[in-house]
Design a protein around this ligand. Structure first.
Ligand code: ASP
Length: 322
């Protein structure tokens, strides 16, 4: 008999309609009951909270990841975390950054609430339990299981607001898929070594600044004035920015603020190509974050700053090289 622990935190999978809108109120035991039989797997449960993931703070996220890791300590084959889909790609990524165990932590949730006429949560949870118990999910790190597909944490993104196929890993694809009661391997992600991050300690503030036609550098300066010790640029295309943003990046990098460059395009890596765009950022010392989303890159930069406040670029280089 395989053993899996289910840790519930809220989200749409746990939500019911109320007078003011949807509210995440359903505890783990009820979610598990709705998921139906799970032959060959013994499931234990616990509740961390019943909130929407859009309300998580970075400190909540650290607590969630620490708790999921404690649940692995219960001698199980894997852990399933249910949470809201809005920030699931961030939770899975932070869990993955520190994951040093062959057993998986599998995130899942739903697009339709628990009391919908045809909820998708029960099937997603049943799949996630199967994946967490499966030998095929070992050594893949933290995973995100949704709508019959399983994605590695790095590179996964929410790509649909309401339809049940909420997630994709653009340019990478899923690593496993569910076929009735089996888990089919599709690919094995290359995973860098776990980061020795202290989840009990605050993460340094890192803000994401979006690029749009004509944007200037004032939000970048405002972020630093508000306490950001690093910035992620959600740049155009393959990593280009307006001249004003490039100028602000030059000033801030010279003042010791690391700048990580991502794209507002959902698929493909960033590269310093254009003399007055991305290449100007690279000349100033900005770091290009491959195909990481700005939200995952933000966590990576915060972790790098926590581990090496004086030289986060070294940590970033190691992590981004793989
Ligand atoms: N739409 C979200 C969900 O799927 C709400 C949240 O992130 O909690 O659960």
């Amino acid at each position: 008999m395989r053993r899996v622990h289910l840790l519930a935190t809220g989200g749409t999978i746990a939500s019911r309609h109320g007078p003011d809108g949807l509210a995440a109120v359903t505890p783990a035991e009820e979610l598990l009951a709705a998921a139906g039989a799970h032959p060959g797997v013994t499931v234990t449960t616990s509740d961390l909270g019943t909130v929407g993931s859009f309300a998580f703070t970075t400190s909540d996220l650290r607590g969630l990841v620490a708790e999921a890791r404690r649940c692995l300590g219960r001698g199980v084959d894997g852990v399933v975390v249910t949470q809201g889909t809005d920030t699931m790609e961030e939770s899975a990524y932070l869990a993955d950054l520190v994951h040093d165990d062959p057993r998986p932590i599998v995130f899942t949730g739903a697009q339709r609430p628990f009391d919908a006429a045809a909820p998708d949560g029960p099937a997603n949870l049943a799949d996630a339990l199967l994946v967490a118990a499966s030998p095929a999910a070992r050594d893949l790190g933290a995973l995100l299981c949704f709508d019959g597909l399983v994605f590695a944490a790095r590179g996964v993104r929410k790509v649909e607001t309401l339809r049940s196929g909420a997630f994709a890993a653009p340019g990478r694809g899923p690593v496993l898929r569910l076929a009735a009661a089996s888990v089919l391997p599709l690919g094995r992600p290359v995973r860098p070594a776990a980061m020795p991050l202290d989840l009990a300690a605050d993460l340094p503030r890192v803000d994401v600044v979006a690029c749009y036609l004509g944007v200037d550098g004032s939000l970048m300066h405002a972020a630093v004035a508000a306490g950001a010790t690093g910035l992620v640029l959600e740049a155009f295309g393959a990593g280009n920015v307006t001249p004003a943003v490039a100028e602000a990046a030059e000033e801030l990098i010279a003042r010791g603020i690391p700048v990580l460059v991502c794209s507002r395009v959902p698929s493909g890596p960033v590269e310093p190509l254009y003399a007055t765009g991305g290449a100007r950022l690279a000349r100033a010392g900005a770091v290009f974050a491959g195909d990481l989303s700005p939200w995952q890159a933000r966590l990576l930069l915060a972790a790098a700053l926590a581990l090496a406040p004086d030289d986060p670029r070294r940590v970033l280089a190691d992590r981004l090289a793989v």
